[in-house]
Design a protein around this ligand. Structure first.
Ligand SMILES: C[S@@+](CC[C@H](N)C(=O)[O-])C[C@H]1O[C@@H](n2cnc3c(N)ncnc32)[C@H](O)[C@@H]1O
Length: 242
């Protein structure tokens, strides 16, 4: 097995182990509900009547919100348990299947979506090139890609990196979703968050360095203060060039 395969297997194992508690907590988990989602959703155009791909959908919380606003959602995730939970949460609405972001999206036709959303997942992919090309292929001309990622400056500090310009494997322990799990991912410089978009069919329309919404404070005052001083995530809207 290559080092990349070993890391991917560890990521899958971590999410399979965490899936139930992730699903149970996701509605009100502060970093998701009151930091990532409000800022990422703010970049998504009016969902009503739109065909939306939720790439790395997890337990289908974004899909639930988007379908409640009148969108038709297709979602995939590398964790089969997450996909089951997405189906359960959405009670037969939407189409969910197991798929890896770093493999061609063979089930999905060219120009079949108005919007692609990929929240908090691209840091599990070492090389974004194929993934971004696939996002571009499945979007209609002028279609919108909205992603949220860990902020590159936050990660550089958090992982005490000494190699800013490299894409490097990193790991830490996650304790916020029940039993602690080792979480592996890839840290990258800012340029490697933007160049794969602009080099593979998109222009960058908007970037948000998010602030937590007020509700966050009630759930987690310490991180509310920290996130108002320095961002942990970054949300990007990119448009498919015509
Ligand atoms: C932090 S969760 C985010 C889930 C969802 N997007 C949300 O914001 O609620 C990250 C998700 O990415 C999935 N994931 C990790 N690596 C993946 C890959 N290579 N392909 C597809 N999904 C992946 C995990 O299984 C997990 O469900």
């Amino acid at each position: 097995m290559t080092p990349g395969t070993v890391i991917k297997e560890k990521i899958i194992a971590a999410y399979e182990a965490m899936a139930e508690s992730y699903n149970a907590l996701i509605d009100h988990k502060a970093h998701n509900a009151y930091y990532d989602r409000p800022n990422t959703l703010a970049l998504i155009p009016e969902p009503e009547g739109k065909l939306i791909l939720d790439a790395a959908c997890g337990p289908g919380k974004y899909a639930e919100i988007l379908m409640s606003s009148g969108a038709t959602v297709t979602g995939f995730d590398i964790s089969s348990r997450m996909v089951e939970l997405a189906k359960e949460r959405n009670k037969g609405k939407g189409d969910f299947f197991v798929h890896d972001l770093s493999q061609p999206f063979t089930k999905l036709a060219d120009a079949s979506f108005h919007i692609v959303v990929c929240a908090l997942a691209l840091h599990y992919v070492q090389d974004w090139t194929l993934t971004i090309k696939e996002f571009c292929r499945v979007l209609k001309p002028g279609g919108v890609l909205v992603i949220s990622i860990e902020h590159p400056f936050f990660e550089f500090n958090y992982f005490r990196s000494k190699k800013y310009f490299e894409v490097e494997p990193v790991k830490c322990i996650w304790s916020g979703f029940g039993k602690p799990v080792e979480m592996n991912s890839y840290r990258r410089p800012l340029q490697q968050c933007i160049a794969p978009l602009t080099g593979n069919g998109f222009y960058v329309d908007q970037i948000i360095e998010p602030r937590p919404v007020e509700e966050f404070k009630k759930h987690d005052p310490k991180h509310f203060k920290e996130l108002n001083a320095f961002p942990a995530f970054m949300c990007i809207r990119a448009i498919k060039r015509t």
